[in-house]
Write a protein that binds this ligand. Structure first.
Ligand code: ATP
Ligand code: ZN
Length: 304
């Protein structure tokens, strides 16, 4: 049960995901919600697909674009930041794109941001001219600096970028940020966002012609359904019948709601599949407009 089968003529689809780290569990959970199940090898590097001929290879996220480019894996789940950085370095090296983003996956959200010491009075990007900026994303940073016409020194660090200013290795940093807590703990503040990222499904630049192409299509269809379900909620409430024209405009992202008349046709019971975020604020708005017994339910399955 090793992944060492020849690349050409493979009849099973192989997906690379992060072995451990931020994207590992959500990636497996998403694929499982597409009906995939696996048997794990003893070394925990390979998972053999049981429900479908779709196997997993568990690797470091940085290796995923290369594995796709070399044809060792057919698909990968990786941060857009890693994919774009390696795509740019491929272009810089003259080898061109050999992988591409097929589908954003709605988890692992973060941004690549420039952060400066708290003590700086920040005005604009021109303050970075002539400064040393530490990063693990030299291509994305250099591209952005060139676009802005700023000349700065890019200091490449593979990890612990946020302590570089305190160690005197750099004046500012360019790193991934989600909550900003790590930056704050290092007396840094984010001042510019260069790039918005999330986990994406990546695949080869060219289409797969053999049976793997069909498996990929099947998986993409299931992913589309799984992602739509994740974003969807069933909203239910009751209200006096005459309030329907007031309530309907408050449901802009709902599919055609089902409305039933109850209580001798005096009142209505409404259920609607909503695709946007059903925030407390939205529910309170509906309540103010006369809706009662508001209920939001998760959707387990959806077949149009
Ligand atoms: P590996 O051992 O696989 O190389 P890693 O340390 O490079 O792991 P993680 O820290 O697990 O990677 O991050 C994986 C991805 O999670 C990032 O490339 C990015 O897309 C996403 N991510 C989301 N939020 C953050 C964050 N606050 N910091 C870093 N990455 C984040
Ligand atoms: Zn990594």
């Amino acid at each position: 049960m090793t992944p060492a089968t020849p690349v050409a003529g493979r009849d099973r689809l192989r997906i690379a995901i992060q072995k451990s780290g931020r994207l590992a569990e959500p990636a497996r959970a998403l694929l499982a919600s597409c009906g995939l199940s696996w048997r794990e090898s003893r070394d925990r590097l390979f998972c053999y697909g049981e429900s479908l001929p779709i196997d997993l290879l568990l690797v470091r996220d940085d290796d995923i674009p290369g594995l796709i480019a070399e044809g060792v894996c057919d698909l990968g789940i990786v941060g857009r930041n890693v994919l774009c950085e390696q795509d740019l370095s491929g272009k810089v090296n003259g080898s061109g794109a050999r992988f591409r983003e097929l589908q954003p996956l709605g988890f692992g959200g973060c941004r690549l941001a420039v952060a400066v010491p708290d003590s700086w009075t920040w005005r604009d990007a021109s303050q970075l001219a002539g400064k040393r900026i530490a990063t693990s994303y030299p291509q994305l940073l250099s591209k952005w600096l060139a676009e802005q016409g700023i000349e700065a020194q890019v200091v490449l660090l593979s990890g612990s970028v946020e302590i570089a200013p305190r160690l005197g290795q750099a004046d500012a940093i360019c790193d991934l940020v989600s909550s900003g807590a790590t930056l704050a703990a290092n007396q840094l503040k984010p001042v510019l966002t260069l790039f918005e990222s999330e986990a994406v499904l990546a695949g080869p630049a060219a289409e797969l012609e053999d049976v793997r192409g069909e498996l990929m299509e099947l998986l993409l269809r299931r992913l589309d359904g799984a992602l739509r379900i994740r974003r969807s909620k069933l909203l239910m409430f009751q209200a006096p019948r005459e309030l329907l024209p007031t309530l309907l405009p408050l449901l802009p992202d709902a599919e055609a709601p089902t409305v039933m008349l109850i209580d001798g046709e005096e009142r209505l019971a409404l259920q609607a599949l909503c695709h946007g975020a059903l925030t407390w604020q939205r529910l309170e708005e509906l309540k103010r407009a006369g809706a009662r017994g508001l209920m939001v339910l998760p959707v387990e399955g959806l077949l149009a």
